[in-house]
Design a protein around this ligand. Structure first.
Ligand SMILES: CC(=O)N[C@H]1[C@@H](OP(=O)(O)O)O[C@H](CO)[C@@H](O)[C@@H]1O
Ligand SMILES: [Mg+2]
Length: 542
């Protein structure tokens, strides 16, 4: 390890940052040393795994001034927990200790430093915006030897995950190029939509809010591969508006209203991506001008219904499950368990928890309510599908279902939630089922809900159990929540410390919006009083 790295990209003394659920994320001006150190860590991770590692520069749905970085493990999955720990340690090591900290990792992990390293690097559009402002973030290259890396330039987060998986499976997952990504997904889309009859141009039309981010550019790049079978109007494409500002999936989900900058007529099918295009939500306004959101829960329901029906038609006895978090709307869980009769699992917040739980099934559909999700197929499920699709001694219905399932596998980015891939799958399902967005919405009705944030002096005081659905400390808080919940009908509420913001999140749902608002407010007050609230007491909602 070269001595000269000692003095490169010094860390501001005393600055402490944590590799959270979504990597490092903070104001771009504070990331110089982080980029450099994550370049170094990626090279070590690559030597350790003897595989290509991804480095994605993005801060997803955060404001334009922020940036961030996360590492991608060999199969395209999130960085493993032990190495998240190394990342945090390395990020917070004072400059003079940097070499020792690196050597420690090499020793602990028994890394052979003669092993070659290979790193794929990608970035979203925020990099350009920040570069214009002279914000200095591009120091990854100093951390990774230039010959060891491939710079993909501008890509969505899921595209980079896909590239890493393609490379490490030697092309079995697809070609590790953007062209490879578009042609794999779009061919599958065209295969699927062949089964939809007589679609009008209206039915083929979709409005996409690109959050003024990378997703808009990539959808435009992909369009010609879709052969007009999907006709996309792109809004918030970054040519004017600010990244994620009053637009994008997070804005739409949290505010429960349409983004600015979109020109939508009543009944139009619309969707919003987030800043790095790994989340998607759908929506429309009805003839009364009322806004209807179809979030991650509605998406999971649509996809799992489609898959379950196909598995039945194909005569395949595969175990299918839907993985959610505590934020999933109670109606969705009820519908999935009682009407669809699929297994439903609840995990802690954060996609890696959902991803791991989904891996335990033949077919694991996972979605966070905010629209991040995908479907995982076990190796044996994929093999069974392959055999069935090639079989000659089965009836037409089974064969057709097997072929549809195979194209579904191909359209899905199994490495991580992917707005583009999810969009194509949803569009294909609606087309095949001949379903409008209103009919999809009518599968079940969401319980009115409300999310609030409470500031406390130390949010770690709040500890939870049962996939974050119950608080075990501070004393008395859960009992207070239980008492409040009993006052309302069909009510549920929980609190947990956020992993990405310095706040406690409060969630409440009930049979009416007024009740959900009131419950959320009362639970916020309980948090404020019992868990060291700071600032003004939470005010009732109107
Ligand atoms: C309620 C909510 O949407 N929480 C989000 C948010 O986590 P928090 O730990 O709640 O801050 O950011 C995570 C990373 O993007 C995402 O996985 C998660 O779903
Ligand atoms: Mg994102």
């Amino acid at each position: 390890m070269a001595e000269e790295i000692k003095n490169l990209h010094p860390k501001p003394a005393g600055l402490v940052l944590q590799y959270g659920t979504a990597g490092f994320r903070t104001n771009a001006n504070q990331l110089d040393h982080i980029m450099f150190r994550m370049g170094l860590l990626a090279a070590l991770r690559s030597k350790k795994t003897k595989a290509t590692i991804g480095v994605m520069v993005t801060a997803s749905h955060n404001p334009e001034e922020d940036n961030g970085v996360k590492l991608v493990d060999p199969m395209g999955e999130m960085l493993t927990a032990t190495w998240e720990g190394f990342a945090t340690q390395l990020a917070n090591t004072e400059q003079e200790e940097l070499l020792t900290a690196l050597k420690d990792i090499v020793k602990k992990e028994e890394i052979n430093m003669n092993q070659e390293a290979s790193v794929f690097v990608g970035k979203d559009t925020r990099y350009i915006i920040l570069a214009h402002k002279q914000a200095n973030t591009g120091k990854l290259k100093d951390g990774i030897h230039p010959l060891l890396s491939v710079y993909y330039g501008l890509v969505t987060t899921p595209q980079l995950h896909y590239m890493v998986c393609c490379k490490n499976t030697h092309g079995k997952y697809g070609d590790a190029t953007l062209e490879g990504y578009y042609s794999k997904l779009c061919q599958a889309f065209l295969q699927l939509t062949k089964n939809a009859s007589n679609r009008t141009d209206d039915q083929k039309h979709l409005c996409v809010d690109g959050a003024n981010g990378i997703g808009a550019l990539k959808v435009r790049e992909m369009e010609s591969h879709l052969k007009k079978e999907l006709q996309i109007s792109i809004f918030n494409d970054g040519s004017e508006g600010k990244l994620n500002h009053q637009c994008g999936a997070d804005f739409v989900k949290v505010q429960q209203k349409p983004p600015t900058g979109i020109d939508m007529n009543s009944g139009d099918r619309c969707c919003s991506f987030d800043g790095d295009a790994d989340r998607i939500v759908y929506y429309y306004t009805d003839s009364q001008g009322l806004f209807h959101l179809l979030d991650g829960d509605k998406i999971a329901t649509l996809i799992s219904t489609f898959l379950k029906e196909l598995l039945v038609q194909a005569g395949l006895d595969l175990k299918i499950a839907v993985v959610q978090t505590a934020y999933a709307n109670g109606s969705s869980t009820h519908y999935l368990e009682n009407t669809m009769k699929v297994i439903v699992r609840c995990t802690k917040t954060g996609v890696k928890h959902l991803h791991h739980a989904a891996q335990e099934f033949d077919v694991g559909v996972y979605f966070e309510a905010n629209g991040h999700g995908t479907v995982l197929f076990s190796k044996s499920a994929e093999e069974k599908l392959q055999q069935l699709a090639e079989a000659t001694n089965i009836n037409d219905e089974r064969k057709k279902a097997a072929l549809l399932l195979q194209s579904t596998v191909n359209i899905i980015n199994q490495t991580v939630g992917d707005a583009i891939s999810d969009m194509l799958l949803i569009e294909a399902i609606l087309a095949i089922k001949g379903m409008t967005v209103q009919q999809w919405d009518a599968i079940y009705s969401d319980l009115p809900n409300r999310q609030l944030k409470v500031k406390v002096s130390d949010r770690r005081l709040i500890e939870t159990t049962d996939a974050e659905r119950r608080a075990v400390s501070p004393a008395g808080l859960q009992e207070a929540i239980d008492t409040l919940v009993k006052k309302y009908s069909q009510a549920r509420s929980f609190v947990r410390p956020s992993g990405t913001e310095d706040v406690v999140r409060v969630y409440a749902e009930a049979n009416t919006q007024e009740s959900a608002n009131a419950l959320a407010h009362e639970v916020s007050l309980a948090v404020y009083r019992l868990a060291g609230g700071v600032g003004d007491e939470p005010k009732p909602l109107h």
